[in-house]
Design a protein around this ligand. Structure first.
Ligand code: GAP
Length: 436
């Protein structure tokens, strides 16, 4: 059956990701591992730039957010306190005909999505999504713990450490970027639903009476963050949760959703988690996690506003949003701050000192930005290769360079070329790449 244009687009993006070394299947030479992905040389740069932009905007450029980097394995009591041991489950059914396993809430008309059989499912069972493991040599219940299914619990467990060692005052936040693991029943849509993924989470601690105000602030801030780095507004949506959708700990929640080629889906959630987590950890650890405010001599347990984003979902959204097929080329129109390679240098021909100068410029730029040197093939093909990698600028050293000390600077989106002086290459790029 012919694919619809959106399915075709997704297939083309997936194939470009493989061809241009953005994303590979994990352990591909062994047939892969479902729900796990590896980032190749271009993908790792893109994802690293997305995480760096998040860290810069959420931590470094602010004076009210601190960063942490917590361990993936934690004391198993953390997951009892957080409620994950008891209730981090998905409802699961098996098709008795084809033996396929599905999330019960993803089934429509009681029909198997794989073989199409109707009304042939087992009873719903609840399946805990945490990966279990053992710490130390003994494999028994006393040594059991879990790979963290979300990064925020490390933040709550360190609330008191940060309060007592850094001069922070409520309202303030603690941020973390790191791996999380969920044994998803049906990993799907490329990297969108994976079993191993990265989260970018920030827990913002506020006075209870100010929680609503900060909830509004962070919804707005996070929605605009995706626009700042180029996601198209018409594909980005902020959806408040209905009351019956809210997690047991949340007083309010909104999702930032993106129109992926496979449909509208969650990029990030912003939740008002109330004082649930700090109170639960106080109860389970015996450590008082309330906060004393010296400005009015009041003690209270802060409320938490949590913007929780997925680094892999953001990477996928920036990839599909940037992807465009034109008559003569396929181009990734990444925001320059996110682009994996910032500039490529080409000698027009491999003689007359052109390769030497192009290489010299490449290494000078490599000290500041990920830069690329290419002397293979016709110049048009070299431009096309960089368009597919999303490189915003290409510089060609040609015959005129040797006489006039100028090069051609070519911009990816407009494909416009201009001659600039060799000694202006770095200042030009500095302005384009590092200016706000
Ligand atoms: N601490 C709150 C929390 O973890 P969540 O909605 O379960 O909330 C937050 O996850 C974000 O993590 C999601 O919006 C998504 O971007 C990312 N995420 C969750 N599960 C994922 C999965 N299986 N694969 C990729 N990203 C995932």
């Amino acid at each position: 059956m012919a694919k619809n244009p959106q399915e075709q687009k997704m297939q083309n993006v997936v194939s470009l990701c493989r061809r241009k070394a953005f994303i590979f299947q994990s352990s591909e030479i062994y047939g892969g591992l479902n729900g796990c992905w590896d980032y190749g040389p271009l993908g790792v740069e893109l994802k690293k730039n997305i995480k760096a932009a998040w860290w810069q905007d959420m931590v470094t450029s602010r004076n009210d957010v601190e960063g942490v980097d917590c361990s993936i394995l934690m004391n198993a009591r953390v997951w009892e306190a957080s409620g994950h041991v008891k209730s981090f489950t998905d409802p699961m059914v098996d098709c008795t005909k084809c033996k396929g396993r599905f999330r019960a809430d993803h089934i429509t008309n009681n029909q198997c999505p794989t073989c199409g059989t109707k009304d042939q499912f087992t009873e719903v069972r609840h399946f805990n999504l945490m990966f279990k493991t053992f710490v130390g040599a003994l494999e028994d219940s006393s040594s059991t713990t879990f790979l963290r299914p979300e990064t925020c619990q490390g933040i709550f467990a360190n609330f008191d450490n940060v309060i007592s060692t850094c001069r922070v005052k409520v309202p303030f936040g603690i941020a973390q970027i790191g791996k999380a693991f969920r044994n998803e029943i049906n990993p799907r849509n490329f990297t969108f639903r994976s079993r191993e993924f990265e989260q970018m989470e920030m827990e913002f601690f506020t006075r209870p009476e100010e929680a609503d105000k900060w909830f509004e602030y962070w919804k707005d801030f996070r929605y605009n963050w995706y626009l700042k780095y180029g996601l198209k507004k018409e594909r980005l949506h902020l959806r408040p949760h209905a009351t019956d959708e809210l997690a047991h700990y949340a007083a309010g929640c909104a999702d930032i959703e993106y129109d992926f080629p496979f449909g509208r889906a969650e990029l990030e959630g912003i939740a008002n988690r109330t004082d649930y987590d700090l109170k639960r950890h106080s109860e389970f650890s015996g450590k008082d996690l309330s906060y004393f405010d010296p400005t009015d001599n009041k003690r209270f347990t802060p409320f938490v506003i949590e913007p929780s984003a997925g680094a892999d979902r953001a990477t996928l959204a920036f990839l599909v949003d940037a992807y465009e097929e034109e008559a003569e080329r396929t181009v990734l129109r990444f925001h320059p701050k996110l682009a994996p390679i910032k500039v490529a240098f080409f000698p027009l021909v491999n003689k007359e000192g052109m390769p030497e100068l192009a290489e010299k410029l490449t290494f000078a730029c490599k000290k500041r930005w990920n830069s690329f040197y290419d002397d293979k093939g016709a110049i048009g093909r070299r431009y096309r290769r960089q368009d597919e990698a999303g490189t915003p600028f290409c510089v060609t050293v040609d015959g005129e360079t040797m006489t006039s000390q100028t090069v051609t600077m070519r911009e990816r989106d407009s494909m416009k070329q201009e001659r600039i002086a060799v000694d202006q290459v770095m200042p030009y790029l500095e302005k384009q790449l590092n200016g706000d």
